[in-house]
Design a protein. Structure first.
Length: 73
């Protein structure tokens, strides 16, 4: 691994496009936040499949149709 000084890194960052600079800023904020808090960051994707047993055997379109019918009185 190369040893870059702060000034080396900063000068390289200035060469990036603005959208890449923003992406880098967001990534750095997440890294620092994780180091401060000490807890792993979570993703909304971790919720995939949660509660799927509740919908087992239920036809989605039929359920939506019943809900719409209930709205119209």
């Amino acid at each position: 691994m190369s040893n870059y000084t702060y000034d080396d890194v900063l000068s390289r960052i200035q060469l990036l496009a603005p959208d890449d600079q923003l992406r880098l800023l967001e990534d750095l904020a997440a890294i620092v936040r994780q180091r401060i808090i000490g807890e792993p960051l979570h993703s909304i994707l971790e919720l995939e499949g949660l509660g799927q047993e509740i919908w087992e055997g239920i036809d989605a379109q039929e359920y939506v149709n019943q809900e719409r019918d209930a709205w119209s009185g």
